[in-house]
Unconditional design. Sequence first.
Length: 245
Amino acid sequence: MKNRFLIILIDNIKTIFYALLIAVAIRSILYQPFYIPSSSMEPTLLVGDRIFVSKFSYGYSKHSFPFSPNIFNQRIFSKPPERGDLVVFKTPSDNRTDYIKRLIGLPGDTIQFKDGEILLNNKKILRQKTDKQIQVMCGSQNFDTVNFTETLPNGVQYTAVYSKIGTLKNSDIYKVPPESFFLMGDNRDCSKDSRFLSSVGYVNKINLVGKASIVFFSNDTNKSRILKFWNLNESLRTNRFLKKL
C-alpha cells in the first residue's frame, strides 16, 4: 500500500515538473503574456489589456528567461527590431522592470523635439492631425489631447496623442548609441521613456524582451465596475479581444 502511494506521489511530482518545464519553455522561447498597467501607450494599448509578446522576434538574451539568469551576455539568434515595433524591454536603470514602448530611433539616429515636431535624423516625422474623438487617460485622470496619425520613414503608421496644455515643444538632440534604441510612448506627455535619460534612456539590444503581437483579453479596471460583479459584462472590452498589434 505504501509503495503504491509512493509511486503515485512520484508520478504526480514528475507530471507537475514536466508541466512547469513546458510552461517555462513556452514563456521563454515562444510567447509570454503581459498585463498593461499604465496609460503611457494609449490609445494603442489600454490599462487592463492583456497581450502576448513573441519572444523569438529579436532572438534571445538573458532577459528572455525568468529572473534574467546571467547565463550569457549576448543575444543569440539576434534579429534587429524595426521602427514602429511595440517593444517590451527591461529598463536599463534596474534591469528588472518591464516597459512597453514604440521604437522610434535605431542605432546612430538623432531624435529631437523642435517647435512641437519630432525630428528624426533632422527630418520631421510625417503626421496628420485627426479630429477623431479619443478617450485618453493619464493615470486616473482624463487627458485632453491633440491627436495625430504619425508615419515613420518605413511606412509604419500609428496614433500618437499630445497634451493640449504643457506638451513638450523643444528638447536637446538625442544621439542613439551603437546597439541601442530610442523608444517612446504613444501617449507622448504621459510616458516615461527614452527621453528620460536618467531613468530609462537608450535601451541596449540585450534588454529587449520581445515584440507585442496581440491583445488576447481586455477589461476596464475601474474598481467600481469590478467590485460589482453583476456589471462584469460592462467591464469587458470584447472589441479588443484577439486584436492584432
